[in-house]
Design a protein around this ligand. Structure first.
Ligand SMILES: NC(=O)c1ccc[n+]([C@@H]2O[C@H](COP(=O)([O-])OP(=O)(O)OC[C@H]3O[C@@H](n4cnc5c(N)ncnc54)[C@H](OP(=O)(O)O)[C@@H]3O)[C@@H](O)[C@H]2O)c1
Length: 267
């Protein structure tokens, strides 16, 4: 850690909360924030991974790091999380945990759909709500919500997931406006295909896909845009794709999205 606080740390420090920090984009956020000098609360279900990361980051950067093993699909997750945070002065929330289910909607497992709705949508809604009063009291704060390229419209073959991410985009957009008077910055980050566990667990083969980004790159783009924009699409190719889709008649966009999804799932 350098002697001079980074802009992010000066603006939002001293503590950051990162959900979904045990792997992928969330782990990359945690690593970058710790390197900036943030003390950090990490949360996810895999306690062993989280604890190892917390210990590594604390040792490497001379920061405080707390690992909270919490299942965000559980009934009382918000109470557990707020109790775990205790009186730490959280100035930055990275609401990033999430997972996807691909294939025909009627073939999905109802319990998994319910868990996905809890983790991807209910958790960001209740976490941002629970932390806001503290940020208002301290007079500043930042929130970054991980959305998706699937947050701009419904995606056939990914109906439930795309619905949860459309929810995140609406939540982030509303909070961006609503929290401005309190000096709280909100950014919705929309990654495209990113090389994490999420791709393989949804049935994609990253090696056969074009334009897959590294989680480190996606997290860095998000942190760079917080406080500057309402929404950031990660990467030039994804930006182009988002613009193209928004310019097309919706029925064409849906047909293209379905064809693309089916072809990626076949590989
Ligand atoms: N990879 C992509 O192509 C892509 C594209 C667009 C958006 N995204 C979004 O990016 C975010 C991060 O995903 P990733 O790509 O980095 O995948 P990942 O490596 O699988 O990370 C997902 C994180 O969410 C946590 N999580 C999942 N279920 C949870 C639960 N029930 N309770 C608490 N934590 C839970 C996981 O931790 P545990 O398993 O330890 O609980 C993990 O830390 C997600 O919101 C995802 O939808 C990813």
């Amino acid at each position: 850690m350098s002697d001079k606080p980074s802009t992010l740390l000066a603006k939002y420090g001293p503590w950051a909360l990162v959900t979904g920090a045990s792997s992928g984009i969330g782990e990359a956020f945690a690593r970058q924030l710790a390197a900036e000098g943030f003390n950090i609360v990490l949360t996810a279900r895999r306690q062993a991974q989280l604890q190892a990361l917390a210990t590594e980051l604390a040792t490497k950067h001379g920061i405080e790091a707390e690992a909270l093993g919490i299942d965000l699909s559980s009934e009382n997750f918000i109470d557990e999380l707020m109790a775990g945070i205790d009186d730490r002065d959280i100035g930055l929330v990275i609401s990033n945990a999430g997972f996807g289910l691909k294939g025909e909607h009627h073939e999905q497992d109802p319990q998994q759909l319910k868990d996905m709705l809890h983790v991807n949508s209910l958790a960001p809604m209740l976490i941002t709500q629970a932390i806001t009063p503290h940020m208002i009291k301290r007079g500043k704060g930042g929130m970054l919500l991980t959305g998706s390229m699937e947050g701009f419209m419904g995606f056939p073959q990914s109906a439930g997931y795309s619905a949860t991410k459309n929810f995140v985009h609406a939540l982030g957009e509303a909070l961006w406006q609503e929290l401005k008077p309190y000096n709280i910055d909100v950014l919705t980050l929309a990654p495209g295909s990113t090389d994490t566990n999420a791709l393989t667990s949804q049935g994609f083969d990253a090696s056969s896909m074009k334009g897959v980004m590294a989680p480190v790159e996606v997290a860095a783009l998000g942190l760079r845009q917080l406080g500057k924009k309402r929404l950031h699409v990660a990467g030039a190719a994804n930006n182009l794709f988002a613009r193209l889709m928004s310019g097309l008649p919706r029925k064409w966009g849906l047909a293209m999205a379905e064809a693309g999804m089916k072809s990626a799932l076949k590989k």
